[in-house]
Design a protein around this ligand. Sequence first.
Ligand code: SAH
Ligand code: SF4
Length: 401
Amino acid sequence: MAAGGKYQRIAMMNNLTNLLDLDPAQLVAYCGELGEKPFRAKQLQRWIHQFGAADFNAMTDLAKSLRDKLATRAYIGAPSIISDHTSADGTRKWLVDVGQGNAVETVFIPEENRGTLCISTQAGCAVNCRFCSTGKQGFSRNLAVGEIIGQLWMAEFELRKTKGVEPGPKGERQITNVVMMGMGEPLLNFEPTVTALKLMLDDNAYGLSRRRVTLSTSGVVPMIDKLAQECPVALAVSLHASNDALRDGLVPLNKKYPLAELMAACKRYLEFAPRDFITFEYCMLDGVNDSDENARELIALVRSKGREVPCKFNLIPFNPFPESGLRRSDNARIKAFAQILMDAGIVTTIRKTRGDDIDAACGQLAGEVQDRTRVQERMKKMAEYQKKFGKNFGRIVEVST
Ligand code: SAH
Ligand code: SF4
């Protein structure tokens, strides 16, 4: 169970350390402060991240004295779950509370040979892309490490519980891939994001390979370079436009880091990346960026002499929301656009959008919970968040990386 809410506030008031906030090196240092050897940190880390333990008493191979010490100074607190929906196709979405009236979403997308978790890094987002409902709500705050990795921790062990899979390394891992494509711009919350990434990759935590962890960015150029140095994982870049004039209007950050700089940063990143291509995300907007000419311009952009960027394209049908004034390109247009890219030899996928599922999922909530008072409470909170983050808040997308 994700410990959070009231318990977490009490823990914070008492100045307890949330162990989910610590990366492997910090946990070693923390154990050092308690007079413990580094291998204790490894044991502790395995209990937390591989067994999903939130109770020190369950950590039976740690000395009783250490468990008692930890209980008075530390806690393991992931964000608490506000709602938990599973759609017909198995996609599961949690809305989690990150305090002060803020909530973010975490989405699990099961596929035949993998399970992908889409996690959030900020409550709201300051980049303010024209087609994004998160951006339209403005920036609320950065998530802490424990709130980012806590989404993975919570989801992995909730999924195991549902399927009856035992905790620990022997139990079948439910989440095999992570994409940082939820709410927020991860590279504008750099340190906590990288710390969380390190935990995802660590063998004594989740042990995911770099190729199976993808960070999506709107193009914060200096931070792309920093990521290459500190923790190169697979990179997705939200392109959405084939020239600067168009991109300036869709992704305001483009005025600061225009396409030529962004392409150069992508090329530099590939020297360190675990994959030999960048994934370009491209949101298909009717009559805005979806013409044959735009597709040809994109090909020229990624192939321009001296700065060719090996890449794949992932076309995302726009998820409309009322204030945007934008429309989704129709399927025939998306296919024709994809064909032009593919004819040029660029691997192109079209992301399957399942946003329409969400209203149904909201309805399911009432059916799932027996206690009517709690239903009312949760539905009220849900409505509040939808008001705050937009009607389209619970957007579910199928990710092909
Ligand atoms: N901030 C990061 C990661 C989160 S957004 C980024 O922008 O890359 C994840 C993806 O969803 C991005 O490619 C984003 O452009 C896309 N997206 C945002 N709003 C959308 C909408 N209304 N319809 C379809 N895709 C959208
Ligand atoms: Fe922020 Fe990404 Fe939305 Fe742009 S698309 S506003 S960067 S979350």
